[in-house]
Design a protein around this ligand. Sequence first.
Ligand code: FAD
Ligand code: NAI
Length: 485
Amino acid sequence: VVGGGLVGGGVLANTAINDDLDDISYAVKRRFYKAAKKDAPKKKVVVLGSGWGALSFARKLDADEYHVTVVSPRPFFFYTPLLVGSTTGVVSPGAIIEPIRDTAPGCEFLRTECKDVDLENRKVICDGAVTLDYDHLLIAVGAQPNTFGIPGVEKYGKFLKEIEHGRHVRKEMLDIIDKADLALAAGDLEKTKQLLNFVVVGGGPTGVEFCGELSDFIKQDLAKRHPKIAEYMKVTLVEALPGLLTMFHKTVGGYVQEHLANQGVDIKLSAMVKEVDEKHVSLKVKDGSIQKMDYGLLVWVAGVGMRPFTRSMCEKIGKENGQTDRRGLLVDECLRVKGTRPGEVFAIGDCAVSGKPPTAQVAYQQGKYLGRLFRLGQQHLIPDPEAPKFEYNHQGTMAYIGQGEAATELNPNGLIKLGRSSVTDHFWWRSLYGECDQLRIMGPMGFAIWRSVYFSKLVSVRNRWSVASDWMRTSFFGRPACSSA
Ligand code: FAD
Ligand code: NAI
């Protein structure tokens, strides 16, 4: 087996490295590499970021071979798929974060922001006058909410990308409800209605999930505690494209649209926000006219864009060296940043342009792949035709849509690859599903899948414990009603 594994190693490792389970060729290659490296000095690896990509990479590296320093202003990993639930209190923010020192215990962690990189001398320059030397640098700094330069959005819009955004939206929402209550008591119906107009911009998964959670909150909690306020609550979802959830099949978008409309969400399609002021949102609608809407809360979830740090790295490397994309750092098929010295700088996740969407699923798989590439040896980090390339295994997409329903689109082939058995793949699975490449499951069954998958992917036992008890607390006692809870 060992002989066979080595002979075919190059070819086999190509698939093994992208899969979830170790296989013999990978294990053999790794063992040989580790034995050869036994007394070699450790290489210094600096990882920028503490999100999906950075964590999956850092957890794969062997502390006997690499000295890993994780640098990030955020001292914890946070589980983005449940962020929207934290705005209404279904889960508490503390339940979906995990300190990076606990999740990647073999690494050093520095809580600071990287400001610049000296590519020539291999140095990372951070806030707080800290400079770190590196042999290899991984850039996994993610992305930030995109305002597209639309006037007023930065000032008046509330984003939903980081954990503190969730806290902020929650506090703002509950404060507005109290203010509206006061306005109603004072007999000012116009002000009450204006305050209770919640406008959500962006019909992608974040916008749809937020509308779903919000209507649950209105129907299941607000209607009991503040029946008069619930009566005047209005949620409007604004989307520039003619449909919702465009990354799903269009039948899913249609189903979700009807479901949200039945929950009382006013959906405005083909309507693009052009300007925002303190009280109004201006929309350009289908016929080209401009409509003005009042709002009390404006949640801006219209997609993500490059961080200033990523932009400065693109500019530093330069268009002449291949950094020509306006969305992030262009990488090759082994996730090496184009235009940098071979094998030194890598980028993954939302800050990298690799032809894959900016999702946690992609960032996580890229981090894992790169970690395994590092474990296989230095020769694979430089451009090498033998180096296994990153292969993305799309397992599906899901979104919670409210009232105990979710839209799920599963990729049977991706899932079977995850469980990895080429025998089952070719025999029973394909005979059942033929060439079916998407399985769409909506409604309560979709919700059961959504919950089980996201629960199982939580990164620690503590997170699972906390999320499970929060979900139970919500189903027994409802959502906590005050903003400091
Ligand atoms: P991030 O996870 O954003 O991490 C970036 C890290 O870099 C952070 O720790 C940040 O503090 C740090 N950083 C920033 N600047 C610097 C700097 N200068 N120096 C050092 N560190 C820095 N995707 C899915 O696949 N499924 C989902 O269900 C899903 N749900 C989502 C729900 C919401 C509400 C949101 C907002 C996103 C969701 N996504 C989902 C997308 C997913 O969260 C992102 O694609 C993913 O977080 C990208 O991972 P990343 O490692 O590239 O960046
Ligand atoms: P998105 O990019 O998926 O959707 C944003 C939407 O806003 C787009 O449909 C766009 O047409 C619309 N928009 C942009 N500008 C607008 C304007 N001026 N007026 C009106 N509409 C406008 O953004 P989202 O939902 O924030 O997601 C960001 C990333 O995170 C995506 O890659 C997404 O796939 C991922 N994500 C995945 C989730 C999941 O898999 N369940 C959940 C949440 C996010």
